[in-house]
Write a protein that binds this ligand. Structure first.
Ligand SMILES: [Zn+2]
Length: 67
C-alpha cells in the first residue's frame, strides 16, 4: 500500500533557467562564450545569454593536452 503524496512538485522556473553550463577552463570557445554571456547579462539580453549557453553546451571542447 502506498501513502498518498503530500509534497508539492518541484517549482517550475520561468525565464532564467538555473542549469547554466559551466565553461571548460582550458577551452577557448568556452571562455569566449562565457565572456559573451557575461556581456549579454550586463546589457540585459537574455536571448544572447541563451545563445552563449548553447555554444558552451554543444561545441566540441578543446583538449587541454592538445599538441
Ligand atoms: Zn568548450
Amino acid at each position: 500500500m502506498t501513502a498518498p503524496r503530500k509534497t508539492m512538485d518541484e517549482p517550475v522556473y520561468l525565464g532564467m533557467p538555473l542549469d547554466e553550463p559551466t565553461p571548460v577552463v582550458h577551452c577557448r570557445t568556452c571562455n569566449q562564450a562565457a565572456r559573451q554571456r557575461e556581456a549579454a547579462r550586463e546589457r540585459d539580453d537574455p536571448s544572447a545569454v541563451t545563445d552563449a549557453n548553447v555554444i558552451i553546451r554543444q561545441h566540441p571542447h578543446d583538449r587541454m593536452d592538445a599538441r
